[in-house]
Design a protein around this ligand. Structure first.
Ligand SMILES: [Zn+2]
Length: 241
C-alpha cells in the first residue's frame, strides 16, 4: 500500500472509532452559518453551545424560520427566542373599564421585534390561557402597541403583529360578545362574517389568513382594541348580568 492509501486507511479507522466526528463538523458549520446570518460571527461559540443544547434538527428548523423573517435587525433575538423557553412566564393584570385611557388610545405599530416584545408575547399567551380568553390585545395588558393574539383552539395561539384587514365581507352576523376588559358585559354585535388579514408573526414572518365566523369575529374585536374601540361603542343592545 502506498503512503496515500495508508493515510486513507488510518482515517477510516479513526472515523470508525469516532462516529460523531462527522456530526461535530456539521454542527460547527451550522453554528458558523447561523452566527453569520444573525450578524454575530464573533459569538460563534455561543451559537455552537445553543445548537448543542437544542440539537441540530431543531437548529435547522429555527434557521429556516429565521430565513423567512423580514425583520433583519432582529434575527439574532428571534433565534434566541425560538431556541429557549422563557422560564418565568407571568400572568399580567388586565386593563379594565370603559373609560380606561390605555384601552381608549390608538396603539402604534411595532418597528422591531425586540426581546422585550418577545417576552411580552410569552406573557400574553400565558395570560390568555389562564383567563380562558379567545383573544387578547397588547393594550389590554397595558402596552399600546399593535399586537394581538387569538386562540383558534385550545392547543394553538396565533400572534398578529401590525395587522391589517385586506378584505371584509358585506355579509354580517349578529352574535353576543364579551371582553376580558369589561367583565359581566355581554353585547350582541353585528360583524362581518368573513375577512382576510395580513400581519407579521413572532418570528418576523409576514402571513395572510382568511378567517370566517367565530375567528373573523375575534379578529375584528381585537383590531377594535388596537384602535381604542370597545364593545360598548357598538350600537347594539346591552345586557348586564
Ligand atoms: Zn376585548
Amino acid at each position: 500500500m502506498d503512503k496515500a492509501g495508508k493515510i486513507k486507511e488510518a482515517l477510516k479507522r479513526l472515523v470508525k472509532r469516532r462516529p460523531d466526528w462527522g456530526i461535530h463538523s456539521e454542527i460547527h458549520a451550522l453554528a458558523k452559518d447561523i452566527s453569520e446570518y444573525c450578524g454575530e460571527p464573533k459569538k460563534f461559540a455561543m451559537y455552537l453551545g445553543v445548537i448543542k443544547r437544542i440539537g441540530k434538527n431543531r437548529a435547522y428548523q429555527i434557521f429556516s424560520e429565521i430565513k423567512q423573517s423580514k425583520d433583519i435587525k432582529s434575527r439574532a433575538k428571534i433565534f434566541m427566542y425560538l431556541s429557549k423557553d422563557k422560564k418565568t412566564k407571568m400572568i399580567l393584570p388586565i386593563e379594565k373599564g370603559e373609560d380606561n385611557p390605555i384601552l381608549r388610545k390608538k396603539s402604534t405599530p411595532i418597528k422591531n421585534i425586540t426581546e422585550d416584545i418577545l417576552n411580552l408575547i410569552k406573557d400574553m399567551e400565558e395570560t390568555m390561557l389562564k383567563l380562558d380568553g379567545v383573544g387578547l390585545a397588547a393594550n389590554q395588558v397595558g402596552k399600546n402597541i399593535r399586537i394581538f393574539m387569538v386562540s383558534p383552539n385550545l392547543s394553538e395561539k396565533w400572534v398578529f403583529i401590525n395587522p391589517g384587514i385586506t378584505k371584509i365581507s358585506k355579509k354580517t352576523e349578529l352574535m353576543e360578545e364579551g371582553c376580558l376588559s369589561l367583565p359581566n358585559v355581554f353585547i350582541k354585535i353585528k360583524r362581518a362574517k368573513s375577512l382576510k388579514i395580513k400581519a407579521i408573526d413572532e418570528t418576523g414572518k409576514e402571513f395572510k389568513l382568511k378567517a370566517e365566523d367565530m375567528l373573523a369575529r375575534v379578529i375584528q374585536h381585537e383590531i377594535d382594541h388596537l384602535n381604542g374601540i370597545l364593545i360598548t361603542d357598538k350600537n347594539s343592545e346591552i345586557s348586564k348580568s
